[in-house]
Design a protein around this ligand. Structure first.
Ligand SMILES: [Fe+2]
Length: 269
């Protein structure tokens, strides 16, 4: 966890969260200080600004599931997920009835490797919103990886691997409803770098990438930072730019998830 903490500190600098050097704040406290209050003046605009520039925003003060859904609706169109209920919300919690199925590790208490949501679809929803309804008593730290930082890290250590990750037909992500075949990194129309990745039984990789797979997964772990969401805290992230995951946990943990296709987000890097 020391590594994760150090990376939160780095991320804090990148995100320009203003914190006096004299204050003995932990990295988690820095994120809390920079979080946007749901009921605050221009909260939606502040979230859109943060998503447009950094690709991620932390929000607090989400007091109910209705708050969460209304906030998502203000950002754009809610996209249904195969596991979601009618309003589009999926409750991510430990559920032994489904956790053994392929692609349903999210419903276990195990670690989730950083990934893209709906990676098998032609165009994964742009925004992922996760609100903590109940934090796990042990573990359950959310993890986040910025594709731009990851690409820079890989380019510095293994340029050949970086090139390979842009090559077409490098990866296949497949579930019973859809299949994606293509690259892991892609240049977006706005000139930014998009990522699509999963590391489970539904991901298949071409031989040259398979040979370097441990380098890739190590790089992802090294670029990850962790933050344990408290009850009422939400993260909103660009699902094309950031991978997300979690550490294993003990006890009960409840996270509400929504996927949104936004109407007002403009990318800036
Ligand atoms: Fe996910």
């Amino acid at each position: 966890m020391q590594v994760l903490n150090a990376q939160i500190r780095d991320r804090g600098k990148v995100n320009r969260i203003e914190v006096s050097k004299n204050l003995p704040l932990s990295p988690a406290e820095q994120i809390r200080l920079g979080a946007i209050r749901l009921g605050a003046d221009k909260a939606i605009e502040k979230v859109i600004e943060s998503i447009s520039s950094r690709g991620i925003a932390f929000v607090n003060g989400v007091e109910s599931r209705t708050d969460f859904v209304n906030f998502a609706r203000a950002l754009g169109r809610i996209v249904q997920h195969p596991d979601s209920e009618r309003a589009g919300v999926t409750l991510i919690t430990n559920n032994h009835e489904v956790s053994n199925r392929d692609g349903h590790q999210g419903f276990s208490t195990q670690e989730l490797f950083p990934h893209t949501d709906r990676s098998t679809t032609a165009k994964p929803p742009l925004l992922l919103l996760m609100t903590c309804s109940k934090a796990a008593p042990i573990g359950g730290v959310s993890t986040f990886v910025d594709s731009a930082a990851l690409l820079a890290h890989i380019k510095a250590g293994d340029p050949e691997l970086a090139e390979l990750l842009f090559a077409p037909n490098t990866a296949i992500f497949h579930d019973r409803l859809s299949t994606y075949e293509g690259a892991i990194f892609e240049e977006s129309a706005e000139g930014s770098v998009n990522i699509r990745f999963r590391n489970d039984r539904r991901g298949y990789f071409c031989a040259p990438l398979a040979a370097k797979f441990s380098t890739l997964t190590r790089a992802i772990q090294q670029c990850a930072f962790g933050y344990k969401l408290r009850s009422g805290e939400m993260v909103v992230l660009n699902n094309h730019r950031w991978l997300h995951g979690r550490t294993a946990f003990g006890g009960e943990r409840m996270i509400w998830r929504l996927l949104v296709e936004p109407s007002r987000i403009h990318h800036r890097r």
